[in-house]
Design a protein around this ligand. Structure first.
Ligand code: ADP
Ligand code: ZN
Length: 249
């Protein structure tokens, strides 16, 4: 039987779409194998394997978020790094919500601020519970500054938010003025998928600073708004109790 041109092209079309449907059912590795055998074009491969649309990405992550923690001493750039990540998320048009503990009255209350002057709007909250209560369902990124001032509930809160598909970014001091782990940051570090350690410059010798030196007398663990009363110091120059401020004259 001879086929007319019309019937022939219809049959080719049917075969192609059948092949296409079969390919779509294959896993990426098999599609790539087909590609190396030149059974599918590069364009088809790109469309099938390297589809990186928002929808596909969300499906690939299975609706699961993650926790990022940024830790270091004072002046190490934690807030700067947090604000940088939040700004980029906003450029990607993701819904961002930012929180800080009410205890920190440094700079303006409705903002998180870096020592270099970078700012980002944020909601001050008293507790982790209050933070959770303010989260909108469609929020994709949750930023938290000064994580060390939160109650222990922040650990479960971060886990819950990540489990519900959100990206959680927490910045905070990992050590107090005595060089001791600053809770709940150690616990947050242990549940985080991604950890960034930032460093300052030692004001005494210029080495890498990992410590926040208190330069005034106080037994309080938290001295908020004590601007000018802490210095970034390296391991050698750090004295785990108050020390006189460094004189650069
Ligand atoms: P953190 O949140 O860790 O306290 P910030 O992000 O608020 O840090 O501030 C980082 C900025 O602090 C730096 O970009 C720099 O401008 C300033 N800064 C002041 N002192 C120091 C120092 N000793 N080492 C590094 N940066 C310092
Ligand atoms: Zn030093």
């Amino acid at each position: 039987m001879t086929l007319t041109n019309d019937t022939k092209s219809r049959e080719i079309f049917t075969r192609k779409s059948l092949y296409w449907t079969t390919l779509k059912r294959l896993d990426n590795l098999s599609i790539l194998k087909h590609a190396t055998q030149r059974k599918v074009s590069r364009k088809m491969v790109e469309e099938l394997v390297f589809d990186n649309t928002e929808e596909r990405r969300r499906r690939r992550q299975n609706g699961v978020g993650w926790v990022e923690v940024i830790v270091g001493s004072m002046f190490s750039g934690k807030s700067e790094e947090l604000i940088r990540r939040l700004n980029r998320a906003r450029i990607a048009r993701q819904k961002v919500q930012v929180f800080k503990p009410k205890i920190d009255k440094r700079y303006s209350v409705e903002e998180i601020a870096s020592h270099s002057g970078m700012t980002h709007i944020s909601k001050p909250v008293m507790t982790a519970e209050e933070l959770l209560a303010q989260i909108d369902e469609d929020t994709e990124v949750v930023g938290i500054d000064e994580g060390q001032f939160f109650d222990k509930g922040i650990i479960e809160a971060a886990n819950d938010l990540a489990n519900s598909g959100k990206r959680v970014i927490v910045a905070g001091l990992d050590q107090d003025y005595m060089g001791k782990p600053f809770e709940p940051m150690p616990q947050l570090l242990s549940i985080a998928e991604f950890i960034t350690k930032t460093h300052a410059i030692c004001v005494k010798c210029g080495a890498t600073a990992n410590y926040s030196q208190r330069t005034f007398e106080s037994d309080e663990l938290v001295e908020v708004g004590a601007s000018g009363k802490y210095e970034a110091r390296c391991r050698k120059c750090f004295i785990p109790h108050s020390d006189k401020p460094t004189n650069h004259d």
